[in-house]
Design a protein. Sequence first.
Length: 304
Amino acid sequence: MSHAYTRGALAAMALGAALISTSAVFVKWVGIGPTASAFWRMGLAAVLLLAWLLRGEMRRAWKPDARVFGLLVVAALFFAADLWMWHRSILYVGVGLATLLGNFQVFALAAYGSFVLGERGGWRLWTGLLMALAGLALLLAPGWEGFDARFRIGIAFGLGTAVAYGGFLIAFRAGQAQRAHVANEAMLWWLCLLTAALLLPMSLLGGEALQPQGVRDWSALLAYALIAQVFGWLVIGRVMPKLPAGVLGLCLLLQPLLSYVWDALLFGTRLGVVELFGLGLSLAGIFLGLVRGQTRREPATATS
């Protein structure tokens, strides 16, 4: 791989991570409920991706076989649960912390590999896990006594997001590995469509109003679907195999790091010295978790 090509792939990966880092911002901006906003994210993304799939060369590469479709259904179930919890975590604990908690999915995947597949985690994984947990403790410890029940539930939802997203990745990667002629864009379209179909009744049963309120809501939801779900995922999906795991891990850390930047700039969230040290420690731990499979060339993955 040439250095010029590497720089191009690196720039594209950084762009993709920056795009998906905006996800939680749009959730905070819309005036409808958390499940309803998740439905619109996936539903609008499905419509936007359909236009891509209707191009002539893509029409023959959109229909998966029964086994791959079954894996997509399982992936959609996990992803619907992921978005249901993550959107609530965003509203309860804030953009930055909710995104950081979602990135703990690297340890959920490691647990699956260890307990189900019999993989050995190695020193990077266990060191990274301890660092990430210690960093999280430092982030939460200074104000823990003053946090209300809603905030603490938001922490639980954030960690639940990591578990659900790990389940999604396992199923979706299995489907991608067996997709044969099916285009990756088509896999993403099916995921969006199936997840939206699950989130619609979840929103209605939860008593949430589906109708966005005015231009502000529609603009935020359309940007959420287009920037975070379509552009972000397509860019990352295309460039991810072209970068070594260590570089990829550093690029993906832009997502939780930038989410704290957006949180500070747009919502006034401020971290003290202890919290900043905790954030850095957690990010370093997540990085070690992301590159744990470097010798196996296991791809790291962005979060929701």
